[in-house]
Design a protein around this ligand. Structure first.
Ligand SMILES: CC(C)(COP(=O)(O)OP(=O)(O)OC[C@H]1O[C@@H](n2cnc3c(N)ncnc32)[C@H](O)[C@@H]1OP(=O)(O)O)[C@@H](O)C(=O)NCCC(=O)NCCS
Length: 145
C-alpha cells in the first residue's frame, strides 16, 4: 500500500472512487446533486493505492489561513476495519499542519457511527449538532493540530 496524490494519468480512477464514495453515503439522486468536479478537488486529493488500484480517498478544503476541513473520506468496503481510515485522517492532518493549519474540522452524518467513532477516537471534539434537510442531523467536529 502506498500514499498517492492526484495525477492526470489516473483522472478517471479518481473520479470513479469519488462517485463511489458519494453514492455510499448519499442516495444516488442526492449524489448526483453534489457540486464538486474533479478539477475543483484535484489539488486536495490524497489516497492509498494497493496493487495499482485506489482503495481509499480523502479530499480536504483549505478553510482559512489557520484552519482546514476534511471534506470527504472513503475506504472501499473490502479494506475497511484495517486502520486505513485512521491513517487517511492522520495523513490529512499532517498535510494540513505542514501548510500552517492550526485546527481541522469535519462534518459527519449523525447516523454514521463508524466515522463518528473513528473521529472521536482520534481526538476530535463535537462542536455542534445541526439538523439540516429532511430531519437529517450533522455533527460538526473539530481538532486542534
Ligand atoms: C468511515 C470509514 C472511512 C472508516 O474507515 P476504516 O478504514 O474502516 O476505519 P479504521 O479501520 O481506521 O477504523 C478505526 C476505528 O473506527 C471505528 N469504526 C470504523 N468502522 C466501524 C464500524 N463499521 N462500526 C463500528 N466502529 C467502526 C472503530 O473504533 C475502529 O477501530 P477498531 O477497528 O479497532 O474497532 C469507512 O467506514 C468508510 O469509508 N465509510 C463510508 C464512507 C464514509 O462514511 N465516509 C465518511 C464521511 S465523509
Amino acid at each position: 500500500m502506498r500514499i498517492v496524490r492526484y495525477t492526470e494519468a489516473r483522472r478517471q480512477e479518481w473520479f470513479d472512487i469519488l462517485k463511489e464514495a458519494d453514492s455510499s453515503f448519499y442516495n444516488p439522486e442526492r449524489a448526483e446533486q453534489e457540486t464538486w468536479t474533479i478539477d475543483s478537488l484535484k489539488n486536495d486529493l490524497i489516497g492509498y493505492d494497493h496493487e495499482d488500484m485506489l482503495i481509499a480517498v480523502a479530499a480536504r478544503n483549505k478553510y482559512s489561513s489557520l484552519g482546514s476541513q476534511i471534506y470527504k473520506s472513503y475506504v472501499r468496503p473490502p479494506y475497511r476495519r484495517k486502520g486505513i481510515g485512521t491513517m487517511l485522517t492522520a495523513l490529512c492532518e499532517s498535510d494540513m499542519r505542514g501548510e500552517g493549519a492550526r485546527w481541522i474540522w469535519t462534518q459527519v452524518d449523525a447516523s454514521n457511527f463508524a466515522n463518528l467513532k473513528l473521529k472521536l477516537r482520534m481526538g476530535y471534539h463535537v462542536v455542534k449538532v445541526e439538523r439540516i434537510d429532511c430531519g437529517h442531523q450533522w455533527v460538526q467536529l473539530c481538532k486542534e493540530l
